[in-house]
Design a protein around this ligand. Structure first.
Ligand code: ADP
Ligand code: MG
Length: 736
């Protein structure tokens, strides 16, 4: 490979060595035995392979929407091949009339099937063309050619590549050539990476066979075996790391001793608590309390559905830290949420002498200096903030407890920085409302102790969730009107794509490109288009609502507003000045308006299930019956229909997360993307490979328990590989 391509590979994928390239597995294979006919494909199909020729090519659009369209036919129909980028180069490379093989994902756009940025290569040698005589409308005779390739067994590996790589002539086919070449040059078999007794017990194939077959499967069966072997190995080492770390931690992580429950806690409990704690809250506080006085560092995850009252639990634990002469820090993922936490905590503590301060990116200048100073002097007891608190110049007097709300968005490395803010690592409490399925939890949190708040405060009625097509708008308006007339308020939420955000819908997306992690992400152009479309939908929706409900006041919030404008709108809704709020997901976190009883979610298919669950949690906060209406188009895919049905059927966050995991895979689950897992899994899929995970965990457990001193010669390779992993990954020790 030349230096330019090598540099590109390094920059885009971080691949510098052959070994790294070796473990850059294909994310799928084209089954070369299957060539589709254009008349049998539709916009919902995954990737297809077509053989045919380009009839004609034209340019369309201007400026940002400028694109090249080739009309491609195999004799059974026509699809449009579309390019938005590299037009000049593409035009030159096209050879109209010549049989070519095209690979890509068909989508439906303006009722035409199109494939954006397809991969193309010369048609395989075994292509036959058949000429048909056809009688046209006016009796003229047309010639029609059908292209057919004889099926033969061969899997072609498909590697993820970035747009930049494609432009630099490093597309999947180019990578495939490089890997093929690599295997040709390799003389020796690859060294084994698992002890033979494990390989035998689980009937695995050798590492050498596996690695060759994962790139170039010799048969479907060998591909399956190669996948099994590599998944097992990957999960085995993840589990080894977790279990080994757990063992060390159990043995010797020294922690702060919070021996007493003192004035702050007791006064608050006796005099300031506005309502009795639920039994679940009591239990969880007890669990946390016993951790904090054990002399070991606490690493606990608190799971509790939306509205289960986690903030109060966090506060009471912070008070224990304060009683023991330490500071506590509550971290939230967004500024809005941090501000709301500040307000909530100050509200709860209004009659007490506990100082709560806020530190976010927006706290600047003199104010910031003050906050930092009070933190260092110890005047501040509880600091609420965003990731801004991680910065090195934020120094605590004595940090004893870190509470991370919605921890998914904090990476391991970020969290590790917090540990170091006190001589002895502070206790750590992680709180999440996004319930995590068991298999994920086993891997993400391995050894974390888990507490569950499995009870909602009393007096809440379950929210009724219904699915409506957007063509039934009158029905939806009627129910809104009914609720408004009884004095309730209504949210209407529209999707709005955000800069750098993954395009959640994925399933029904137009113009979707394959992203680096195998998910659909939009090109910058398509993203801009989507964004302006989203804004238009929201504005149109707003106008429509104003027209349909002239007797009510309608507010509007979205991420494009300045924070002050947003606050004014939110305040107006919270105080009841506006009765209907048209919004984007900015209201997902941090809004508490108990009088709002209807949540209408437009384009519900565009949201992740956990996100829908969060949104739905914005209503049902008062004593009245609340409703959530999921609005979708009539034409939705089977998967979307299932997803919507799950929301209708279940109000249990755990169940929803499990189902979501099954349908979408963990890569798409809210948060896991940014979870900062040191192990980002290359091949195993926690949604589908639960069984393999169980075996891998058992095998790892056996190694840990039968060879505690790590001196069994058969296991040497395990310790060596673990060390290698540690040297190449970020801080494993801080997985918690
Ligand atoms: P979440 O777990 O989603 O963070 P919050 O902490 O925001 O939930 O609590 C939701 C609402 O329930 C808040 O208004 C809070 O004051 C209230 N709440 C918390 N605990 C109780 C309780 N034991 N009884 C009644 N209301 C409670
Ligand atoms: Mg919360």
């Amino acid at each position: 490979m030349g230096p330019v391509k090598a540099a590109l590979l390094n920059k885009e994928l971080g691949i510098k060595t052959l070994r790294q390239l070796l473990v850059y597995y294909p994310y799928k294979y084209i089954d070369k035995s299957r060539i589709h006919k254009i008349n049998e494909i539709d916009g919902n199909m995954p990737y297809v392979q077509l053989v045919g020729r380009i009839l004609s090519t034209e340019e369309a659009g201007a400026g940002r929407t400028k694109r090249l369209i080739s009309h491609f036919s195999d004799g059974t129909g026509v699809v449009d091949l579309v390019w938005f980028q590299g037009l000049k180069y593409i035009v030159k490379s096209l050879q109209p009339g010549k049989p070519i093989l095209v690979f890509g994902k068909p989508t439906l756009f303006n009722s035409r099937i199109q494939i954006t940025h397809p991969e193309m290569e010369d048609a395989p040698d075994n292509v036959h063309t058949t000429t048909h005589e056809m009688t046209g409308l006016f009796g003229t005779t047309h010639e029609r050619m059908t292209y057919e390739a004889t099926p033969s067994f061969a899997f072609k590996p498909i590697y993820n590549t970035s747009e930049r790589m494609k432009k630099g002539f490093l597309n999947s086919s180019a990578l495939a050539k490089i890997t093929a070449n690599m295997f040709k040059l390799l003389k020796e078999p690859f060294e084994e990476t698992l002890p033979s007794y494990i390989i035998e017990e689980y009937r695995l194939i050798s590492y050498d066979e596996a690695i060759r077959n994962i790139h170039y499967p010799s048969s479907p069966d060998m591909l399956r075996k190669a996948q099994l072997r590599l998944k097992f190995e990957e999960l085995f080492y993840v589990q080894m790391n977790i279990l080994r770390y757990a063992k060390t931690r159990q043995n010797n992580t020294h922690g702060l001793m919070f021996g007493i429950v003192g004035d702050s806690f007791n006064t608050f409990y006796r005099d300031c608590l506005p309502f009795p704690l639920t039994n679940a809250q009591k239990r969880v506080i007890k669990e946390i309390r016993s951790d904090m006085r054990s002399g070991k560092q606490m690493n606990r995850l608190v799971q509790g559905d939306v509205g289960s009252g986690k903030t109060l639990v966090a506060l009471m634990c912070a008070l224990i830290a304060v009683d023991n002469g330490y500071q506590a820090c509550l971290m939230a993922p967004t500024e809005i949420l941090a501000e709301q936490h500040l307000e909530t905590l100050r509200g709860f503590l209004k009659d007490m002498k506990v100082n709560v301060e806020l530190l976010t990116g927006s706290v600047k200048g003199k104010r910031r200096d003050m906050v930092l100073q009070d933190l260092l002097s110890g005047k501040t007891n509880i600091l609420v903030g965003t990731h801004a608190v991680i910065e090195d110049n934020v120094v605590f007097n004595s940090l004893g407890l870190v509470i991370i709300d919605e921890q998914h968005r904090f990476g391991v490395a970020q969290r590790a920085k917090l540990w170091r803010k006190n001589e002895v690592s502070p206790h750590v409490l992680v709180m999440t409302a996004t319930p995590i399925p068991r298999t994920l939890a086993m891997t993400l949190y391995g050894d974390l102790d888990v507490s569950v708040i499995d009870e909602l405060p009393p007096g809440r009625k379950p929210i009724k969730t219904i699915h409506r097509f957007d063509s039934h708008r009158e029905q939806i308006y009627n129910m809104m009107r009914h609720e408004l007339q009884t004095g309730r308020q209504v949210y209407i939420v529209y999707p709005l794509i955000q800069e750098k955000e993954k395009y959640v819908p994925q399933i029904d997306a137009d113009y979707s490109f394959e992203g680096k992690d195998g998910s659909n992400v939009l090109s910058p152009t398509a993203r801009k288009r989507q964004e302006s479309l989203d804004m238009k939908n929201l504005e149109d929706g707003y106008t429509q609502i104003c027209k349909a409900f002239p007797e009510y006041k309608v507010g509007k919030v979205h991420g494009k507003l300045k924070p002050a404008e947003k606050d004014i709108e939110m305040e107006a809704f919270a105080s009841g000045q506006t009765q209907i709020l048209v919004a984007t997901t900015v209201i997902e976190v941090g809004v508490n308006v108990p009088n709002a009883s209807v949540m209408i979610i437009e384009n519900a298919e565009r949201f992740g299930l956990s996100q829908l669950h969060q949104l739905r949690g914005r209503v049902g906060r008062g004593a009245d019956q609340s409703y959530c209406v999921l609005v979708t188009n009539f034409k939705i895919s089977e998967t979307t229909r299932k997803r919507v049905q799950i929301m209708v059927d279940s109000s249990d966050g755990f169940e929803i997360a499990e189902e979501d995991l099954k349908l979408r895979g963990p890569g798409d689950l809210e948060g896991t993307q940014q979870s900062g897992m040191a192990f980002d899994l290359k091949i195993a899929n926690l949604a589908r490979d639960g069984q393999i995970l169980t075996f891998a965990r058992a095998a790892a457990n056996k190694v840990i328990t039968t060879d505690p001193d790590e001196n069994n010669g058969q296991n040497t390779m395990i310790w060596r590989k673990l060390k290698e992993m540690r040297d190449t990954n970020i801080n494993w020790g801080a997985i918690s």
